[in-house]
Ligand binder design. Sequence first.
Ligand code: PLP
Length: 399
Amino acid sequence: MKINEHFLDLKDSYLFATVGRKTAAYKAAHPEKEVIRLSIGDVTLPLAPVVIEAMHKAVDDMAHKETFKGYGPDQYCYGYDVLIDSIKGNYARKGVSLQSSEIFISDGAKSDCGNILDIFSTDNVVLVPDPVYPVYLDTNVMAGRKIIFADANEQNGFLPMPDESMKADIIYICSPNNPTGAAYSREQLKVWVDYAKKMDAVILYDAAYEHFVTDSHLARSIYEVEGAKECAIELCSYSKTAGFTGVRCGYTIVPEALVRGGVSLNKLWARRQSTKFNGVSYITQMGAAAVFTEEGERQIEENLNYYRRNAKIIADCLDELGIWYTGGKNSPYIWLKCPNGMKSWEFFDYLLENAQVVGTPGSGFGENGEGFFRLTAFGTEENTKKACERIRALLHQSS
Ligand code: PLP
């Protein structure tokens, strides 16, 4: 018996563990101080009432012989028509037309980010941005693929563009981005689509934060770009859109037009799913189907606006202090340049000790994250305001 030795190539992820340990140690040493976490990557507002109502009704369906449901329908890898149709509607509002067979319901974007790799050879070269959402990196390390990096930095606004000297087969794009909050325009994505086609590569486009986009020139789906259906798979989630982090539901789009080596990737993915997956629960799917209804959209917008206001509070504070950042708009993340040339962990300690505010050091997301820092808009409005007052007072003083 041999283990998959590629697992031994994984770097230990100390980031969130160290943030937690340092925060706990500070609290233990200063029990009288109130520490505010602007490092939260999880949603904090409850599910929308329409979702709760739909899930309650679905639970009742399960209680009666006439309406009870077992495994989901075979036709679309266990996705119910009502949910698939609502997702089609969501895309149609972005000007994108999808067929039901192109929509695969998942238990979230993270699982499918990893699972989708089953349909690609381990010989492929993978291009990920630096800094990066660690899942893209680690899932490929586990499979032993060669990984190359696209430099995201202050010069390109943390939105790297393709460079034809980079030969890649699988390309990860996350927009709006975690951790940087930066989001691509349709024109920029068109350049990526053209590059992918030239390389005969496939783009894995993570649109987990697409519902935060408000600027009309920014893309909410890669399929808003002409030609993307021939080169891109899109991964989406109800997690940040509708607060489903604890419920678990997402969807992956594999267009019928996506063919490599004469083989339909849609058919490969359908085969993979029907072999290794038995679908998302009926109750969850019914809750998700309520999200993209007229009333559902209205209710989730209320929650999204709450987070957007928090992001603006943080962005306004940084503007006032003259601190460079990306995100803060079209994203729940704010990625800032640490003041006075501080390194990421140095700024973490400085902020914790002097303002009792916790963020996430950018260096934990890759080499290019050194000297940068991530704040999030997922806290309460009250705490976000309070944290910004403290940051303002501290950094005004030090400048
Ligand atoms: N993709 C990105 C970029 C994320 O930041 C996250 C969660 O933080 C996910 C995917 C995972 O989403 P899900 O909860 O649907 O698994």
